[in-house]
Write a protein that binds this ligand. Structure first.
Ligand code: OSB
Ligand code: MG
Length: 374
């Protein structure tokens, strides 16, 4: 498939409610979309970089630069056979996984459409059991102004049918939150995400979470410190999950070798795309490390591809893939809805991503657009 044209969009959509983490507040979600055109087909990808470098060093502005000046020129005119080829084509750019992942997603979408396959089916081809039809999901809840607010918001999401709740924590807003949440919801799958807000000096605080039967504690220590997590793990009973630390298959290997985690949150964007995400899936499955698919407040474009990844057999823990109405009403694709009976979302079955971008809605939320041709 000769890559003929690539459209790049910078979009901005309001969030249904503000999202607060240990690294900041978000009310408006800005991100980039790519549309890769070949032989009458269009593959879509989402770049989830935000306006500030709080989660990743990449921002929407650096991602635009890396895409427009390096990655898109490297892809234009190429003869795409399989999406794995992008690994070689993009090797000359170090880092910048969020920028790379958008084109990687589009390449998977394009080739899946060509093959007449759903993204999930193409991605799951190496596994005899094939992709799951529906995947377990949870909801990620930002830091609330008070414990009472947090309990009310948890109750609202539980009422909608979510069976797994993730609470963002930060120093001073942690043990008491866990205690109250567990007391109010004795049976609920509850996990915490610290987004690197703690150090090894805080071991006593992290140990104080032990009694609350948490599903896991996500990324408490340094965003690039796999070793420190390996020192923490034997000191706490809560299963330890890595997010920010794992930006490549090499990092996953290192974490496994050091015993730095029980679980890995795989965000396809954070690891440069779906080819690497699947490699990490294979490494973790072989090592007995738990897996789930993380999120970055994706639009329907990214969400469809998260669901395809979560359909792989090793992703047994609920993912941060909530229904569309948790973030965007309306969205730029048709909405995804929660199956309230079992806290799952159906994996799209149409060719490629299996969603349609509403071009009118896209135009309405686009702030900057550029087209690149071979
Ligand atoms: O750490 O998992 C995280 C959102 C933005 C940046 C980092 C994270 C998150 C989330 C939300 O937790 C996940 C989602 O619902 O998409
Ligand atoms: Mg996280």
């Amino acid at each position: 498939m000769k890559i003929e044209r690539i459209d790049l969009y910078a979009i901005s959509q309001p969030l249904v409610s503000p999202f607060v983490t240990s690294f900041g507040l978000q009310q408006q979600r800005d991100c980039l979309l790519v549309a890769v055109h070949s032989e009458g087909l269009t593959g879509w990808g989402e770049c989830v970089a935000t306006n500030d470098p709080g989660y990743s060093y990449e921002t929407a502005v650096t991602a635009w630069h890396i895409l427009a000046d390096f990655l898109i020129p490297a892809l234009l005119g190429k003869d795409l056979q399989e999406p794995e080829q992008l690994q070689d084509w993009f090797r000359f750019v170090r880092g910048h996984p969020l920028a790379k992942a958008s084109l990687d997603q589009a390449a998977w979408d394009l080739t899946a459409q060509r093959d007449g396959l759903a993204f999930a089916h193409k991605l799951a081809q190496p596994y005899p059991e094939g992709p799951r039809a529906r995947v377990p999901v949870g909801v990620s809840i930002g830091i609330q102004p008070s414990y009472a607010d947090a309990l009310r918001v948890i109750g609202e999401f539980v009422g909608q049918g979510y069976g797994r709740i993730k609470l963002k924590i930060k120093p001073g807003h942690d043990v008491e939150l866990a205690r109250r949440a567990r007391a109010a919801f004795p049976e609920l799958l509850i996990m915490l995400d610290a987004n690197s807000a703690y150090t090894l000096d805080d071991v006593a605080t992290l140990q104080a979470l032990d009694p609350y039967d948490l599903l896991m504690l996500e990324q408490p220590l340094g965003y690039d410190d796999i070793y420190d997590h390996s020192l923490l793990r034997p000191q706490i009973r809560t299963p330890l999950c890595l997010d920010e630390c794992i930006v490549s298959a090499h990092h996953a290997r290192t974490a496994i070798a050091l015993g730095a985690c029980d679980i890995i949150n795989v965000k396809p964007s954070r690891v440069g795309g779906w080819t690497t995400a699947r490699q990490i899936h294979d490494l973790c499955r072989a090592a007995g490390v738990g897996l789930w698919v993380g999120g970055m407040l994706e639009t329907g474009v990214g969400r469809a591809a998260q669901l395809a990844l979560a359909a792989l057999p090793g992703f047994t823990l609920p993912g941060d893939i909530s229904a569309t109405d948790r973030y965007y009403v309306p969205d730029i694709t048709e909405p995804f809805v929660l199956n309230a009976a079992d806290s799952t979302i159906d994996v799209p079955t149409g060719p490629g991503l299996g969603v349609t971008v509403d071009m009118q809605r896209l135009t309405a939320v686009t702030q900057r657009q550029a087209t690149f041709s071979d």
